[in-house]
Ligand binder design. Structure first.
Ligand code: UFG
Length: 323
């Protein structure tokens, strides 16, 4: 199939493009390189430098790629930043996303695959977290993704656009070639591994008074190649709807640091800091629906195996991408 991948120079989009290409699909990457890296774009893909703020730019890209499906990864995705700059999240994640959806309808694209997030749920009122939980985000990032989910649903029912929205839990790990390099790194695993690499002398733990066994936040870490495989399965005809993507196991911040110590064999000192605004205490998936309906089964169910792939990539590319 011909696939247009927005955000294909970013962490998740780059690895998804790589997997799509390896599975025999044709990929056009559309990315404005605000967060992404040109060298993270697989050389087998066609690259379009996006200017989504310019009138007609997104429509032109969709026209020239003429895709059978769009995978929409391009977004701002930092919970903490969204608490200080909500406008950035609503403009990019909702308004620019809407331009893309309109272009998809205009160009008669058959399928739209959207990167959503467990942040759309907010603190869950019950566990395990299934897709039918009420969605009450507690940060503008989660709200922006929820708004787009709703728009997508209306476009699906009114325009007949087939869509899948994947609600990722915490994407982690790397492929051999592509990994996690944000210009300003806020994510836990890369920050902890920076200490193991000797780039910083300690990592920080945001909040030690949460209602969890060791007082730190619990998340469900899912390997990036497993996320990519779910997207490929989602391209099968007739598949549509909302799907959680996670491993179903929760690990606390302290457990993540311990896993990084074990995998790297290095000492990783940590400093306790106050809570980071917008962080729910515990987010753990139930992803049985993706397993049942799409035949999705993660290859990396264990945190240490996920961390090992991230560690291998960071050791190979200690400065990340050159651009
Ligand atoms: N944390 C630390 N120290 C750090 C970085 C993070 O203690 O240096 C903590 C955070 O406070 C949080 C946990 O580690 O409790 C995980 O934080 P991340 O920033 O790695 O990930 P988030 O859970 O905040 O966010 C990620 C993605 C979002 C996605 C969300 C769903 O960035 O896109 O997972 O939980 F929506």
């Amino acid at each position: 199939m011909r696939i247009l991948v927005t955000g294909g120079a970013g962490y998740i989009g780059s690895i998804c493009s790589e997997e799509l290409l390896s599975a025999g699909h044709q990929v056009t990457v559309y990315d404005n390189l605000s967060e992404g890296h040109r060298s993270a774009v697989d050389p087998r893909a066609t690259f379009i430098l996006g200017k989504p703020e310019e009138d007609g730019n997104i429509l032109d890209a969709v026209r020239s790629a003429s895709p059978d499906a769009i995978m929409h990864f391009a977004a701002n995705a930092l919970v903490g930043e969204s608490m200080t700059n909500p406008g950035k999240y609503f403009h990019n994640n909702v308004a620019n996303g809407l331009k893309l959806l309109d272009a998809a309808v205009q160009c008669n694209v058959k399928k739209f695959v959207f990167s959503s997030t467990c942040a759309t749920y907010g603190p869950p009122e019950r566990e395990p977290m299934t897709e039918d939980l009420p969605q009450r985000p507690i940060n503008p990032y989660g709200e922006s993704k929820l708004m787009f989910e709703k728009i997508l649903q209306w476009y699906g029912s009114i325009h007949g656009l087939d869509f899948i929205a994947f609600r990722y839990f915490n994407a982690a790990g790397a492929s051999e070639k592509y990994g996690e390099h944000h210009r300003t790194e806020t994510h836990l695993i890369p920050n902890v591994l920076k200490v193991a690499l000797g780039r910083t002398d300690h990592c920080e733990i945001f909040g030690t008074d949460y209602p969890t066994p060791d007082g730190t936040c619990i998340r469900d870490y899912i390997h990036i190649e497993d996320l990519a495989q779910a997207h490929i399965l989602g391209l099968q005809p007739g598949k549509s709807g909302f799907y959680n993507l996670g491993n179903g196991d929760g690990y606390s911040v302290r457990q993540v640091i311990d896993a990084c110590v074990k995998v790297s064999g290095k000492k990783i000192p940590s400093v306790e800091k106050p809570r980071r605004p917008g962080d729910p205490p515990r987010l753990v998936a139930k992803a049985d629906k993706a397993n049942r309906e799409l035949g999705w089964k993660p290859k990396y169910p264990k945190l240490e195996d996920i961390v090992a792939t991230a560690w291998a990539w960071h050791r190979k590319y200690p400065d990340g991408y050159p651009d």
